[in-house]
Design a protein. Structure first.
Ligand SMILES: [Zn+2]
Length: 236
């Protein structure tokens, strides 16, 4: 997908979108330009699987750096929300301890709260159970009926839920991006109403950041979105 803005940010505010800094000696990750706030505000809600199969060493791989990359995507919106209604939060699989209740992306202090939730929560059991976090996501969606809630599930899909959790995902009252971390999506999830995306250890850095940036900027006017090859394949 390619959306070319009619207005370039440099023409509007005399400032080019800042590149998000990557670690030393690594090239910066280009995310694009967030564009202008949509009429219907969005609430982007990533939910992270911290089980051992996902949480093992990071280094430069997009899976290991998923939290750092998510923070980059959130920060990219901070200076571009003029409406004050663009929200985000963080959820985790097996403990609410690291969750961050939704707040305003343009708030510097809230960005700090988001950052504090973008790590493996202390005391996380690392269970591969999606259900409790999904229940919290459903509660949040009910609390923000005026927002389009965009759930982003990041997991290897080795789930130990005993109920029909995939059916609940399909019925989530909002949109859903299902990310398979070094794994393909199970067929009940990989349907017409859910966008799937596979991100592997050997994908170039930035895949998670770009996927979240894509969700954060859906419907924003004039956004410039640099899709990864993987995303283009997933949405083709
Ligand atoms: Zn906004």
């Amino acid at each position: 997908m390619s959306l070319t803005p009619h207005l370039q940010p440099s023409a509007l505010v005399g400032e080019m979108p800042r590149q998000v800094k990557q670690r030393r000696n690594e090239p910066p990750i280009e995310l694009g330009w967030p564009g202008f706030c949509p009429r219907q505000p969005r609430l982007v809600l990533p939910i992270f699987d911290d089980s051992g199969s996902v949480s093992l060493p990071g280094g430069g791989d997009p899976i290991g750096n998923r939290y750092q990359e998510a923070q980059r995507a959130f920060e990219a919106l901070r200076e571009w929300c003029s409406c004050g209604k663009c929200l985000a939060g963080v959820l985790h699989f097996d403990t609410p301890r690291g969750d961050v209740d939704p707040g305003k992306l343009r708030s510097t202090s809230f960005q700090g709260q988001l950052a504090s939730g973008l790590r493996i929560p202390r005391g996380a059991a690392g269970s591969s159970v999606l259900g409790p976090g999904l229940t919290r996501a459903e509660d949040i969606a009910a609390r923000f009926p005026k927002h389009e809630v965009r759930l982003v599930v990041l997991t290897d899909w080795q789930l130990f839920d005993t109920d029909n959790v995939l059916e609940r995902l399909r019925n989530f009252p909002g949109t859903m991006l299902a990310i398979g971390l070094n794994a393909s999506l199970p067929s009940p999830v990989d349907g017409h109403d859910i966008v799937g995306l596979r991100i592997a250890h050997d994908d170039p850095p930035g895949a998670v950041a770009r996927a979240l940036f894509g969700e954060l900027t859906v419907g924003r006017r004039g956004r410039r979105f640099i899709a990864t090859t993987a995303i283009e394949e997933a949405t083709a």
